[in-house]
Write a protein that binds this ligand. Sequence first.
Ligand code: NMX
Ligand code: MLT
Length: 471
Amino acid sequence: MAFFRGLSTISKFRSRLAEQTTSLGSVRWLQMQSSSEQDLKSQLKELIPEQQDRLKKIKSEHGKVQLGNITTDMVIGGMRGMIGLLWETSLLDPEEGIRFRGLSIPECQKVLPAAVEGGEPLPEGLLWLLLTGKVPSKEQTSGLTSELHSRCRVPDHVFNAIDALPVGAHPMTQFATGVMALQVESEFQKAYEKGTPKSKYWEPTYEDVMNLIARLPVVAAYVYRRIFKDGKFIPSDKSLDYGANFSHMLGFDDPKMLELMRLYVTIHTDHEGGNVSAHTAHLVGSALSDPYLSFAAALNGLAGPLHGLANQEVLLWIKSVVEECGENISKDQLKDYVWKTLNSGKVVPGFGHGVLRKTDPRYTCQREFALKHLPEDPLFQLVSKLYEVVPPVLTELGKVKNPWPNVDAHSGVLLNHFGLSEARYYTVLFGVSRSIGIGSQLVWDRALGLPLERPKSVTMEWLEKHCAKSA
Ligand code: NMX
Ligand code: MLT
């Protein structure tokens, strides 16, 4: 089916990275080993006891070590900068951006198996990496592709539940409804009802997570074709990898679009644990709600305009610029348009971030994709102009902590170029991808026996009294 990069490249890269990262604790466990020839579940079975011991040791030896001070600003300011979660699959650096199990996006592009020589990583490879901390071989990756195909059966009641909604309902509403309908097959729920002991919770969680990840593209494609293609559905093609098959079921078979979908699904998977969707899933999962319930909750957070819906908002905003000023808008006109948006009380979608303080590397890799495959696209050129115009305006505004573009500033124009032009659908694509990171962490939440999440809240009166005493 596909070409995969040779292991020699991986081992060369591995030794280079090992040199660079020996001082970084975050990759100590990973140590850039490629994976031994085991299947995914057997590898997890082997890793879990080691990681349970590791956590026990951290707790017993360092349980009382302080990790920072909590200020009033943090409590009323959306908990920015407050460390409050354990999240194993990825870590976000404000300057450098995301690392998946210690690997940056360019590093993932180098070491993860690809479908095309020198092309984009296969999301299945990233799923393996997120779950195990190890780079899978090409055989393991294609084995995982087949496993996901074998799990992708979606029961009819899921389609019926979606069909009960008006066709005009937002795609995220239809998608989340489909996920809730999938929940009736939860293995975790069945195991819990049977009294499965806590030490075994991770196994039915793993089954649910893998089934969920396998089934989501079918549900998502159903929603797309129902709303935008007169209900003409396209069946899954078992000869294709995860990203390519998703694109195919949506109705897009251009090889460049297949590559885009592989890149898209890979980079949107995970963004450490504090973002709204991941944190929601972690919180809901901590009540031992099964992965379907937890992920459906996450989708409802992703559907907000300050989070995942921003990808929809960006393309709609860019189209409004073109409608009002044309594609060949000058930088001065663009600057005026940005100010007009701000002065009307709106945010400039696709710019800013709760943690990042530089250009999002997920933006950069999409820009590189555009420079390689669609440099002449007029909307890409407009996005490039925005990259020059928006940051100085947001800086001048004086209050924005990060004036640089995030992942959502770029994704829409790429999808639009290949014909996926329905902006209202874009957050569903983000949701399919995010299941990979959220699902991987949910397996570890249960494997590590993480407890119910229940932070303390206080009232304004409590704050006033406490601060008066401290003064
Ligand atoms: N346009 C206009 N104002 C902004 C922007 C922006 N792009 N970004 C931040 N601000 C404002 C923000 O609304 C706040 O104003 P106020 O004090 O009046 O409430 C002020 O600047 C300080 O906010 P920050 O501390 O810089 O940002 P915060 O961490 O609160 O919020 C975002 C982060 C991402 C919510 C914010 O930057 C934003 O609204 N961006 C536009 C929407 C967006 O692109 N969201 C996608 C995020 C990525 N994702 O995929 O989830
Ligand atoms: C994400 O991918 O979840 C967003 O960039 C938001 C975040 O990290 O807070």
